[in-house]
Write a protein that binds this ligand. Sequence first.
Ligand SMILES: Cc1ncc(COP(=O)(O)O)c(C=O)c1O
Length: 392
Amino acid sequence: VCGAKTAMFDFDTPTHREESDAEKYAKRQKLFGTDEVYPMWVADMEFRTAPAIIEALQARVAHGVFGYSESDEELAHIAHSWCQKRYDIDIPASHFRSSPSIMTSMSAAIEALSVKGEGVTTMVPVYAPFMESVTSQHRTLYTVELSLIDGAYHIDWEALERALAQSKLFLLCNPHNPVGRVWRIEELARMAQLCETHEVTIISDDAHADIVRSSHRYLSMATVAPLRTVTLWGVGKGFNLSGLGATLYASHNSALVEAIDEVFHARHVVRGTMMGFLALKTAYTEGLAWLEAANSYIDTNIAYACHTIDTQCAPLKAIAPEGTYLVWIDCRGLGLSDAALKDFFVHDVGIGLSQGRFFGAGGRGFMRMNVAVPRAQLREVLTQLSNALKKN
Ligand SMILES: Cc1ncc(COP(=O)(O)O)c(C=O)c1O
Protein backbone atom coordinates (compact mmCIF):
# COMPACT_ATOMS: atom_id res chain seq x y z
CA VAL A 1 0.00 0.00 0.00
CA CYS A 2 2.80 2.32 0.98
CA GLY A 3 4.60 1.81 -2.30
CA ALA A 4 1.49 2.58 -4.35
CA LYS A 5 0.78 5.74 -2.41
CA THR A 6 4.28 7.17 -2.52
CA ALA A 7 5.02 6.14 -6.11
CA MET A 8 3.42 9.31 -7.48
CA PHE A 9 5.87 11.53 -5.62
CA ASP A 10 9.61 11.49 -5.17
CA PHE A 11 10.93 11.33 -1.62
CA ASP A 12 14.07 9.41 -2.52
CA THR A 13 16.18 11.88 -4.49
CA PRO A 14 18.57 13.89 -2.29
CA THR A 15 17.67 17.61 -2.32
CA HIS A 16 21.14 19.16 -1.70
CA ARG A 17 20.18 22.01 0.59
CA GLU A 18 23.68 23.23 1.47
CA GLU A 19 23.47 26.42 -0.60
CA SER A 20 19.83 27.23 0.09
CA ASP A 21 19.99 29.26 3.34
CA ALA A 22 18.75 26.18 5.18
CA GLU A 23 19.22 26.56 8.95
CA LYS A 24 19.76 22.83 9.34
CA TYR A 25 22.90 23.04 7.18
CA ALA A 26 24.05 26.62 7.83
CA LYS A 27 24.44 26.07 11.58
CA ARG A 28 26.42 22.83 11.40
CA GLN A 29 29.79 24.42 12.17
CA LYS A 30 28.36 26.40 15.07
CA LEU A 31 26.43 23.54 16.63
CA PHE A 32 28.58 20.53 15.86
CA GLY A 33 32.01 22.11 15.29
CA THR A 34 32.18 20.73 11.74
CA ASP A 35 30.35 20.84 8.41
CA GLU A 36 31.15 17.15 7.92
CA VAL A 37 28.01 15.96 9.56
CA TYR A 38 24.64 14.82 8.16
CA PRO A 39 22.14 17.13 9.89
CA MET A 40 19.12 15.42 11.47
CA TRP A 41 18.20 18.06 14.03
CA VAL A 42 15.84 20.93 12.92
CA ALA A 43 12.29 19.71 12.34
CA ASP A 44 12.00 20.17 8.60
CA MET A 45 12.11 17.54 5.87
CA GLU A 46 14.72 16.73 3.25
CA PHE A 47 11.91 16.48 0.67
CA ARG A 48 10.70 18.89 -1.98
CA THR A 49 7.18 20.05 -1.18
CA ALA A 50 4.06 19.10 -3.16
CA PRO A 51 4.44 19.74 -6.92
CA ALA A 52 1.21 21.79 -6.94
CA ILE A 53 2.71 24.19 -4.38
CA ILE A 54 5.96 24.52 -6.32
CA GLU A 55 4.03 25.31 -9.50
CA ALA A 56 1.84 27.91 -7.80
CA LEU A 57 4.90 29.63 -6.33
CA GLN A 58 6.71 29.53 -9.68
CA ALA A 59 3.78 31.26 -11.36
CA ARG A 60 3.77 33.92 -8.67
CA VAL A 61 7.53 34.49 -9.05
CA ALA A 62 7.02 34.92 -12.81
CA HIS A 63 4.56 37.73 -12.06
CA GLY A 64 7.54 39.63 -10.66
CA VAL A 65 5.74 42.05 -8.34
CA PHE A 66 6.23 41.49 -4.62
CA GLY A 67 4.60 44.46 -2.95
CA TYR A 68 2.82 44.42 0.41
CA SER A 69 0.58 41.45 0.91
CA GLU A 70 -2.54 40.71 2.91
CA SER A 71 -4.00 37.43 4.07
CA ASP A 72 -7.55 37.51 2.71
CA GLU A 73 -10.90 35.97 3.58
CA GLU A 74 -10.34 33.23 1.03
CA LEU A 75 -7.39 32.00 3.09
CA ALA A 76 -9.51 31.85 6.24
CA HIS A 77 -12.24 29.93 4.38
CA ILE A 78 -9.76 27.50 2.89
CA ALA A 79 -8.13 26.93 6.29
CA HIS A 80 -11.55 26.54 7.92
CA SER A 81 -12.56 23.91 5.39
CA TRP A 82 -9.28 21.98 5.87
CA CYS A 83 -9.72 22.00 9.65
CA GLN A 84 -13.29 20.84 9.38
CA LYS A 85 -12.51 17.99 7.01
CA ARG A 86 -9.17 16.89 8.40
CA TYR A 87 -9.43 17.57 12.12
CA ASP A 88 -13.18 17.84 12.82
CA ILE A 89 -12.65 21.38 14.14
CA ASP A 90 -15.50 23.72 13.31
CA ILE A 91 -14.19 27.11 14.42
CA PRO A 92 -15.89 29.93 12.44
CA ALA A 93 -13.70 31.15 9.55
CA SER A 94 -13.92 34.68 10.95
CA HIS A 95 -11.90 33.49 14.00
CA PHE A 96 -8.89 32.41 11.91
CA ARG A 97 -5.77 34.57 11.81
CA SER A 98 -2.52 34.16 9.94
CA SER A 99 0.81 34.54 11.70
CA PRO A 100 4.46 34.46 10.57
CA SER A 101 5.32 31.65 12.97
CA ILE A 102 3.77 29.45 15.60
CA MET A 103 6.19 30.70 18.23
CA THR A 104 5.25 34.31 17.40
CA SER A 105 1.63 33.35 18.11
CA MET A 106 2.55 31.51 21.30
CA SER A 107 4.64 34.39 22.57
CA ALA A 108 1.85 36.85 21.78
CA ALA A 109 -0.71 34.57 23.45
CA ILE A 110 1.38 34.43 26.63
CA GLU A 111 1.66 38.22 26.60
CA ALA A 112 -2.05 38.68 25.89
CA LEU A 113 -3.50 36.14 28.29
CA SER A 114 -1.29 36.40 31.38
CA VAL A 115 0.63 39.04 33.30
CA LYS A 116 4.18 39.06 34.66
CA GLY A 117 4.69 36.65 37.52
CA GLU A 118 1.66 34.47 36.70
CA GLY A 119 2.13 30.75 36.25
CA VAL A 120 2.40 28.95 32.92
CA THR A 121 2.48 25.15 32.85
CA THR A 122 3.90 22.82 30.23
CA MET A 123 4.80 19.13 30.12
CA VAL A 124 8.46 18.28 29.57
CA PRO A 125 10.61 17.26 27.81
CA VAL A 126 9.18 19.73 25.29
CA TYR A 127 10.21 21.91 22.33
CA ALA A 128 12.58 24.31 24.13
CA PRO A 129 11.16 27.64 22.84
CA PHE A 130 7.99 26.93 24.88
CA MET A 131 10.01 27.41 28.04
CA GLU A 132 11.98 30.38 26.71
CA SER A 133 8.84 32.24 25.69
CA VAL A 134 7.54 31.89 29.26
CA THR A 135 10.70 32.87 31.11
CA SER A 136 11.72 35.65 28.71
CA GLN A 137 8.36 37.28 29.40
CA HIS A 138 8.87 36.94 33.16
CA ARG A 139 6.03 34.53 33.78
CA THR A 140 6.57 31.71 36.29
CA LEU A 141 7.29 28.45 34.51
CA TYR A 142 5.90 25.19 35.93
CA THR A 143 7.17 22.09 34.18
CA VAL A 144 5.57 18.70 34.66
CA GLU A 145 7.81 15.82 33.74
CA LEU A 146 6.25 13.14 31.56
CA SER A 147 6.85 9.62 32.88
CA LEU A 148 8.48 7.02 30.67
CA ILE A 149 6.97 3.66 31.56
CA ASP A 150 7.78 0.55 29.50
CA GLY A 151 8.84 2.61 26.48
CA ALA A 152 5.80 4.94 26.43
CA TYR A 153 5.24 8.39 27.86
CA HIS A 154 2.43 9.04 30.35
CA ILE A 155 1.12 12.05 32.21
CA ASP A 156 1.68 12.41 35.95
CA TRP A 157 -1.82 13.69 36.67
CA GLU A 158 -1.17 14.72 40.26
CA ALA A 159 1.87 16.77 39.27
CA LEU A 160 -0.08 18.31 36.41
CA GLU A 161 -2.91 19.34 38.73
CA ARG A 162 -0.47 20.85 41.25
CA ALA A 163 1.10 22.96 38.48
CA LEU A 164 -2.21 23.99 36.89
CA ALA A 165 -3.55 25.05 40.29
CA GLN A 166 -0.86 27.76 40.25
CA SER A 167 -1.19 28.67 36.57
CA LYS A 168 -3.09 30.97 34.28
CA LEU A 169 -2.02 29.19 31.07
CA PHE A 170 -1.29 25.65 29.93
CA LEU A 171 0.98 25.20 26.89
CA LEU A 172 0.03 21.91 25.29
CA CYS A 173 2.00 20.30 22.48
CA ASN A 174 -0.14 17.93 20.36
CA PRO A 175 1.39 15.88 18.78
CA HIS A 176 4.08 16.27 21.41
CA ASN A 177 7.60 17.17 20.31
CA PRO A 178 9.96 15.48 21.21
CA VAL A 179 8.35 12.37 22.74
CA GLY A 180 5.93 11.84 19.82
CA ARG A 181 2.71 11.34 21.75
CA VAL A 182 -0.60 12.04 20.00
CA TRP A 183 -2.85 12.70 22.97
CA ARG A 184 -5.90 10.46 23.28
CA ILE A 185 -9.44 11.74 23.82
CA GLU A 186 -9.42 10.52 27.45
CA GLU A 187 -6.16 12.37 28.13
CA LEU A 188 -7.35 15.58 26.46
CA ALA A 189 -10.63 15.38 28.38
CA ARG A 190 -8.82 14.97 31.69
CA MET A 191 -6.44 17.86 30.92
CA ALA A 192 -9.45 19.99 29.93
CA GLN A 193 -11.24 19.08 33.17
CA LEU A 194 -8.26 20.19 35.25
CA CYS A 195 -8.02 23.44 33.28
CA GLU A 196 -11.73 24.03 33.86
CA THR A 197 -11.38 23.43 37.61
CA HIS A 198 -8.43 25.81 37.91
CA GLU A 199 -9.62 28.34 35.30
CA VAL A 200 -6.63 27.87 33.06
CA THR A 201 -6.57 28.87 29.37
CA ILE A 202 -5.07 26.31 27.01
CA ILE A 203 -2.65 27.28 24.24
CA SER A 204 -2.43 24.21 22.08
CA ASP A 205 0.52 24.03 19.68
CA ASP A 206 -0.58 21.59 17.00
CA ALA A 207 2.37 22.25 14.68
CA HIS A 208 2.73 18.54 13.88
CA ALA A 209 -0.98 17.79 13.43
CA ASP A 210 -0.50 16.72 9.80
CA ILE A 211 2.26 14.20 10.52
CA VAL A 212 0.63 11.28 12.31
CA ARG A 213 1.15 7.51 11.98
CA SER A 214 -1.54 5.69 10.06
CA SER A 215 -2.29 3.72 13.26
CA HIS A 216 -3.14 6.89 15.21
CA ARG A 217 -5.55 9.76 14.92
CA TYR A 218 -4.89 13.37 15.87
CA LEU A 219 -7.68 14.99 17.85
CA SER A 220 -7.58 18.70 18.66
CA MET A 221 -8.04 20.16 22.12
CA ALA A 222 -10.22 22.75 20.33
CA THR A 223 -12.92 20.10 20.03
CA VAL A 224 -12.64 19.06 23.69
CA ALA A 225 -12.40 22.46 25.41
CA PRO A 226 -13.62 24.85 22.69
CA LEU A 227 -14.02 28.03 24.72
CA ARG A 228 -10.86 27.56 26.75
CA THR A 229 -8.43 26.79 23.91
CA VAL A 230 -6.45 28.76 21.35
CA THR A 231 -4.97 26.49 18.68
CA LEU A 232 -1.73 27.30 16.86
CA TRP A 233 -0.68 25.39 13.76
CA GLY A 234 0.38 25.80 10.16
CA VAL A 235 1.65 24.18 6.99
CA GLY A 236 5.32 24.30 8.03
CA LYS A 237 5.67 20.73 9.30
CA GLY A 238 3.15 18.87 7.14
CA PHE A 239 4.12 20.42 3.82
CA ASN A 240 7.71 21.39 4.63
CA LEU A 241 7.06 25.10 4.23
CA SER A 242 8.56 26.49 7.44
CA GLY A 243 10.80 28.89 5.49
CA LEU A 244 7.71 30.68 4.17
CA GLY A 245 6.21 31.52 7.55
CA ALA A 246 2.66 30.34 6.90
CA THR A 247 0.93 29.59 10.18
CA LEU A 248 -2.43 30.25 11.84
CA TYR A 249 -4.12 30.70 15.18
CA ALA A 250 -7.81 30.31 15.92
CA SER A 251 -10.27 29.71 18.71
CA HIS A 252 -13.99 29.16 19.15
CA ASN A 253 -13.67 31.90 21.76
CA SER A 254 -13.38 35.20 19.85
CA ALA A 255 -12.23 37.05 22.99
CA LEU A 256 -9.05 34.93 23.08
CA VAL A 257 -8.37 35.60 19.39
CA GLU A 258 -8.94 39.33 19.80
CA ALA A 259 -6.62 39.54 22.81
CA ILE A 260 -3.82 38.03 20.71
CA ASP A 261 -4.72 40.31 17.79
CA GLU A 262 -4.10 43.30 20.07
CA VAL A 263 -0.54 42.17 20.76
CA PHE A 264 0.09 41.61 17.04
CA HIS A 265 -1.25 45.09 16.38
CA ALA A 266 0.79 46.76 19.12
CA ARG A 267 3.99 45.07 17.92
CA HIS A 268 3.27 45.62 14.21
CA VAL A 269 3.72 41.92 13.56
CA VAL A 270 3.56 41.25 9.81
CA ARG A 271 1.11 38.39 9.40
CA GLY A 272 3.13 36.50 6.82
CA THR A 273 4.20 36.88 3.21
CA MET A 274 2.38 36.53 -0.12
CA MET A 275 4.41 33.43 -0.90
CA GLY A 276 3.38 31.91 2.42
CA PHE A 277 -0.30 32.73 1.91
CA LEU A 278 -0.26 31.24 -1.57
CA ALA A 279 1.60 28.14 -0.40
CA LEU A 280 -0.86 27.63 2.45
CA LYS A 281 -3.91 27.97 0.20
CA THR A 282 -2.43 25.61 -2.38
CA ALA A 283 -1.40 23.08 0.28
CA TYR A 284 -4.91 23.00 1.72
CA THR A 285 -6.68 22.81 -1.67
CA GLU A 286 -4.33 20.70 -3.78
CA GLY A 287 -1.84 19.12 -1.40
CA LEU A 288 -3.69 16.25 0.25
CA ALA A 289 -2.41 13.43 -1.97
CA TRP A 290 1.17 14.58 -1.45
CA LEU A 291 0.66 14.86 2.33
CA GLU A 292 -0.71 11.32 2.49
CA ALA A 293 2.20 10.04 0.45
CA ALA A 294 4.68 11.88 2.70
CA ASN A 295 3.04 10.39 5.80
CA SER A 296 3.19 6.95 4.28
CA TYR A 297 6.90 7.35 3.47
CA ILE A 298 7.55 8.65 7.00
CA ASP A 299 5.59 5.74 8.55
CA THR A 300 7.96 3.34 6.84
CA ASN A 301 11.05 5.35 7.79
CA ILE A 302 9.97 5.43 11.43
CA ALA A 303 9.20 1.72 11.57
CA TYR A 304 12.55 0.98 9.92
CA ALA A 305 14.53 3.35 12.18
CA CYS A 306 12.90 2.10 15.39
CA HIS A 307 13.34 -1.55 14.43
CA THR A 308 17.01 -1.04 13.47
CA ILE A 309 17.80 0.89 16.62
CA ASP A 310 16.09 -1.67 18.85
CA THR A 311 17.67 -4.71 17.19
CA GLN A 312 21.10 -3.51 16.01
CA CYS A 313 22.00 -0.52 18.13
CA ALA A 314 22.06 -1.82 21.71
CA PRO A 315 22.02 -0.33 24.28
CA LEU A 316 20.05 2.44 22.52
CA LYS A 317 16.26 2.28 22.61
CA ALA A 318 13.88 4.08 20.26
CA ILE A 319 10.63 5.59 21.48
CA ALA A 320 8.33 4.98 18.50
CA PRO A 321 6.54 8.29 17.83
CA GLU A 322 2.76 8.31 17.23
CA GLY A 323 3.08 11.68 15.51
CA THR A 324 5.92 13.88 14.13
CA TYR A 325 8.88 12.55 12.13
CA LEU A 326 11.16 12.75 15.15
CA VAL A 327 12.50 9.64 16.83
CA TRP A 328 13.37 10.13 20.50
CA ILE A 329 16.25 7.84 21.35
CA ASP A 330 17.07 6.71 24.87
CA CYS A 331 20.87 6.66 24.98
CA ARG A 332 21.21 6.41 28.76
CA GLY A 333 22.48 2.85 28.48
CA LEU A 334 25.74 4.18 27.01
CA GLY A 335 26.48 5.90 30.31
CA LEU A 336 27.96 8.94 28.55
CA SER A 337 27.80 12.58 29.64
CA ASP A 338 25.76 14.85 27.37
CA ALA A 339 28.94 16.30 25.86
CA ALA A 340 30.39 12.84 25.19
CA LEU A 341 27.10 11.67 23.71
CA LYS A 342 27.04 14.59 21.28
CA ASP A 343 30.69 13.90 20.34
CA PHE A 344 29.90 10.25 19.72
CA PHE A 345 27.13 11.07 17.25
CA VAL A 346 29.09 13.86 15.51
CA HIS A 347 32.51 12.22 15.28
CA ASP A 348 31.92 8.46 15.45
CA VAL A 349 28.61 8.32 13.55
CA GLY A 350 28.76 11.51 11.44
CA ILE A 351 25.29 12.87 12.23
CA GLY A 352 24.04 16.00 13.99
CA LEU A 353 21.07 15.35 16.29
CA SER A 354 19.14 17.48 18.77
CA GLN A 355 20.37 16.91 22.30
CA GLY A 356 17.71 15.80 24.74
CA ARG A 357 18.93 18.06 27.53
CA PHE A 358 17.65 21.14 25.67
CA PHE A 359 14.07 19.89 25.98
CA GLY A 360 14.03 20.25 29.77
CA ALA A 361 13.77 17.78 32.65
CA GLY A 362 13.75 14.17 31.53
CA GLY A 363 15.74 14.95 28.38
CA ARG A 364 19.25 14.13 29.61
CA GLY A 365 20.75 11.08 27.98
CA PHE A 366 18.29 11.24 25.06
CA MET A 367 18.84 12.36 21.46
CA ARG A 368 16.21 13.35 18.88
CA MET A 369 16.64 12.11 15.31
CA ASN A 370 14.69 13.62 12.41
CA VAL A 371 13.95 10.78 10.00
CA ALA A 372 12.17 12.81 7.28
CA VAL A 373 15.03 11.98 4.93
CA PRO A 374 15.45 9.81 1.81
CA ARG A 375 15.41 6.16 2.83
CA ALA A 376 18.84 5.42 1.37
CA GLN A 377 20.28 8.16 3.56
CA LEU A 378 18.51 6.77 6.62
CA ARG A 379 19.83 3.30 5.89
CA GLU A 380 23.38 4.65 5.62
CA VAL A 381 23.12 6.63 8.84
CA LEU A 382 21.72 3.68 10.80
CA THR A 383 24.46 1.41 9.48
CA GLN A 384 27.05 3.97 10.59
CA LEU A 385 25.37 4.12 14.00
CA SER A 386 25.29 0.37 14.42
CA ASN A 387 28.95 0.05 13.35
CA ALA A 388 30.09 2.85 15.65
CA LEU A 389 28.36 1.18 18.60
CA LYS A 390 30.05 -2.13 17.86
CA LYS A 391 33.46 -0.41 17.87
CA ASN A 392 32.78 1.33 21.18
C1 LIG B 1 5.95 21.91 18.60
C2 LIG B 1 6.56 22.96 17.75
N1 LIG B 1 6.05 24.21 17.76
C3 LIG B 1 6.55 25.18 17.00
C4 LIG B 1 7.63 24.95 16.19
C5 LIG B 1 8.17 26.07 15.38
O1 LIG B 1 7.21 26.57 14.54
P1 LIG B 1 7.42 28.00 13.93
O2 LIG B 1 8.68 27.95 13.15
O3 LIG B 1 6.21 28.22 13.09
O4 LIG B 1 7.50 28.95 15.08
C6 LIG B 1 8.21 23.69 16.14
C7 LIG B 1 9.38 23.42 15.29
O5 LIG B 1 10.04 22.44 15.39
C8 LIG B 1 7.65 22.67 16.94
O6 LIG B 1 8.16 21.44 16.94
